[in-house]
Design a protein around this ligand. Structure first.
Ligand SMILES: [Zn+2]
Length: 168
């Protein structure tokens, strides 16, 4: 993939992630003074410009909150196909959805109560809470807003540097 087509995370002035764009577009925003550079790679894209990874808009932009559909697919995408208990990344076929607060104990289907779990972890946790099972969650599940965006899946290695903005 050409450098200028790499994905760049776009933050609002408030540091809230709002979009993903290509490096090419990010450079335009930076050069025009619409955005400022927050995270960059060591690679120089121009003699005086590092490859942007995360940029932030200087002026706050109103973004409509679009509700993402709660689905198995979207939970897996949000959790990056990674078991939220052991950190194992797997194919969708080997992953299950776990109710953090068990369904048998009034746990509901919600973004905050559903996480990706591998079969062994789901089996081990059974009808317990993470505290009871002594299986702490890797991170607190949140409603998917921006990061279930289809492009988030293509982000690849850049994502690590995005994490602190996406999951804080
Ligand atoms: Zn697991």
């Amino acid at each position: 993939m050409g450098l200028t087509r790499r994905p760049v995370l776009v933050l609002n002035a408030s540091y809230e992630p709002i979009n993903i764009c290509a490096v090419r577009r990010a450079l335009v925003l930076l050069i025009k003074g619409i955005a400022t550079l927050e995270e960059a790679d060591e690679i120089m894209i121009y003699p005086d410009m590092q490859l942007p990874l995360v940029i932030r808009l200087i002026a706050y932009r109103r973004v409509p909150k679009h509700q993402q559909t709660l689905s198995r697919k979207n939970i897996l995408i949000r959790d990056n196909h990674t078991c939220q208990y052991c950190g194992e990344k797997d194919s969708a076929g080997n992953l299950t959805l776990d109710h953090v607060q068990p369904r048998s104990r009034d746990g509901i289907d919600s973004w905050e109560n559903l996480v990706t779990a591998c079969k062994p972890c789901n089996h081990l946790k059974a009808n317990k809470t993470p505290e009871e099972a002594k299986m702490p969650l890797l991170r607190k599940p949140r409603a998917a807003t921006f990061y279930t965006h289809r492009n988030a899946r293509c982000a690849g290695g850049a994502q690590k540097r995005w994490d602190k903005y996406l999951f804080n």
